[in-house]
Design a protein around this ligand. Structure first.
Ligand SMILES: Cc1cc2nc3c(=O)[nH]c(=O)nc-3n(C[C@H](O)[C@H](O)[C@H](O)COP(=O)(O)O)c2cc1C
Length: 251
């Protein structure tokens, strides 16, 4: 695989970037029925990554500027849902859990996603704000790994983003007590229908009190570029006083 370089990708990070829902795409998936074959053996599945090396001198001064470059390159290269990231949280006694969420905004302060504060992840963050984020960009042989602390964004920021969501997603946020056990799919659909009657299309839907954003303020950001023979590049920005120190990790 050739490195995806793009002159436009060298632009500095804008003050704040919203990962717009305007870029959203309807995804309709049909999974082919199994033909009765044995599933493949994962032990023999491997890819060779071919790319130009990632050098210290290639990096932007800050990890968020570097993120902006790679995010643009991933998008230009056609990576599906490049703003999908895996958020890992842990209970105070160290039991981890992870799930995919969508990055909705980023700037020099960090990475923002929206969710239900009463969900499993929300409860874990309340008790232990240390999280990690992983952007798994397999089609271009790259990943970005972030560690840091999650802080709730202001209510005005949540309300502004909630207003920009499609009406159906707004109702969905009310319909679901995320992470709780429910009796059936029918129960969920019933709740949605009730809400759709109460708030018809075009009617302003308020943001639920338990729904909102988190900003992950990074203390380390690693840029991983795959290469042949597993000689990958791993360059990590680590917070160092007011600035950043870059270190190279063994692959
Ligand atoms: C591609 C993708 C994007 C998702 N985006 C979000 C999101 O932005 N916010 C969210 O709360 N859940 C999102 N989910 C659902 C989460 O993965 C998860 O099921 C949910 O947040 C409950 O997680 P929890 O019970 O661990 O708190 C997404 C799932 C997928 C597969």
């Amino acid at each position: 695989m050739d490195d995806v370089t793009d002159a436009a990708a060298q632009k500095p990070t804008p003050d704040s970037v919203s990962v717009s829902d305007a870029l959203s795409d309807a995804l309709s998936v049909s999974v082919p029925a199994s033909l009765g074959d044995a599933p493949p053996d994962p032990a023999v599945m491997r890819r060779q990554y071919r790319s130009t090396p990632l050098l210290e001198t290639d990096l932007a001064p800050t990890p968020m500027d570097q993120f902006a470059r790679w995010f643009l390159q991933a998008t230009s290269a056609g990576v599906a849902e490049p703003n999908a990231m895996v958020v890992a949280t842990a209970t105070p006694d160290g039991r981890p859990s992870s799930r995919t969420v969508l990055l909705k905004q980023y700037d020099s302060r960090g990475f923002v996603f929206f969710t239900n504060y009463a969900s499993r992840k929300g409860r874990e963050i309340t008790a232990n704000p240390f999280v990690s984020l992983l952007f798994p960009w397999h089609p271009i042989g790259r990943q970005i790994l972030v560690t840091g602390q999650a802080h709730r964004v202001g209510r005005d920021e949540t309300a502004a983003y909630f207003r920009s969501r499609p009406h159906g997603s707004q109702l969905g946020a009310w319909a679901s007590d995320q992470s709780t056990v429910i009796g059936s799919r029918q129960e969920l659909l019933g709740r949605y229908e009730e809400l759709a009657t109460r708030y018809p299309e075009g009617e302003q839907v308020p943001a639920p009190a338990q729904w909102g954003g988190y900003r992950v303020v990074p203390d380390s950001v690693e840029f991983w570029q795959g290469h042949e023979n597993r000689l990958h590049d791993r360059l990590r920005y680590a917070a160092d006083g007011e600035g950043w120190r870059v270190e190279r990790l063994a692959p």
